[in-house]
Design a protein around this ligand. Structure first.
Ligand code: C5P
Length: 232
């Protein structure tokens, strides 16, 4: 297939507590990352799945593999960097020898994405080159300065809280990452922002409320409830 997925899981996940990185905490009967990798490995359109992991996490990664019914589409994992951006770059570099047409970039800490969301991301990337899932925001968002003073209130109707999987034509994403790196721009928090910076249009399609990023300890309680299907 000409579609690859990069799942970034090299973060330390310290905000989640509990010592072990959040992507390796158990959710139901498997580590979070096993759920996430399984979603891509089971999707018929995804030919290759590449995990980007921490240097110290090889054993925990193997435990994830042992939880998956089919690991044939998983490539050997690569080591991440100090930022999410660096970790995605490591994944792109590993794919560059035999580049896919489209690459999906997804957070290992978002185990609940649906097959339909993957399908939608691929279709949107084919149509638009760069496409990301987003949801309307329900909170009013403020811009604040370092002293905590509000300096602005963007109009809520025009805001989206964006998720992953973010989907891109491979070549322009790889080129934009290479350029950002070369120019010392290393604080982008998602791949769409790198594409925006490089001058590419980015399309937003509807995300999923269930596709949450497990970040704080309480997120795991919500996640366990969701897994047992008695969530809100
Ligand atoms: O920290 P944050 O929740 O934004 O991380 C989003 C995803 O990026 C997580 O799955 C995390 O493991 C990954 N990440 C990474 N390398 C880093 C930092 C974060 O792969 N250096």
């Amino acid at each position: 297939s000409d579609i690859a997925a990069i799942v970034v899981a090299a973060g330390r996940g310290e905000r989640a507590g509990a010592g072990v990185p959040k992507q390796y905490r158990t959710l139901g009967d498997a580590p979070v990352l096993a759920h996430t990798l399984g979603a891509f490995a089971a999707h018929p359109a995804v030919g290759r799945v590449l995990a980007v992991i921490g240097e110290a996490d090889a054993i925990q990664y193997k435990m994830c593999l042992s939880c998956l019914p089919d690991t044939r589409r998983l490539l050997a994992p690569v080591s991440g960097g100090n930022t999410r951006q660096a970790s995605v770059h490591a994944g792109l570099a590993a794919l560059a020898d035999t580049p896919p047409a489209i690459v999906l970039v997804h957070d290992g800490a978002r185990p609940f994405l649906s097959p339909a969301l993957i399908t939608e991301a691929i279709a949107a990337a084919r149509a638009h080159g760069a496409a990301i899932p987003g949801l309307p925001v329900t909170d009013t968002v403020k811009i604040v300065d370092e002293a905590g003073r509000v300096t602005g209130t963007p109009e809520r109707a025009g805001l989206r809280a964006v998720q992953t999987p973010q989907a891109f034509a491979f070549a322009p994403l790889h080129a934009a990452h290479e350029r950002a790196r070369a120019e010392g721009r290393n604080s982008f928090t998602d791949d769409a922002a790198i594409m925006e910076w490089a001058g590419h249009p980015v399309h937003v399609f509807p995300g999923e409320a269930t596709n949450m990023k497990l970040t704080r300890p309480e997120d795991f309680d919500t996640a366990e409830r969701h897994l047992r299907r008695d969530a809100t």
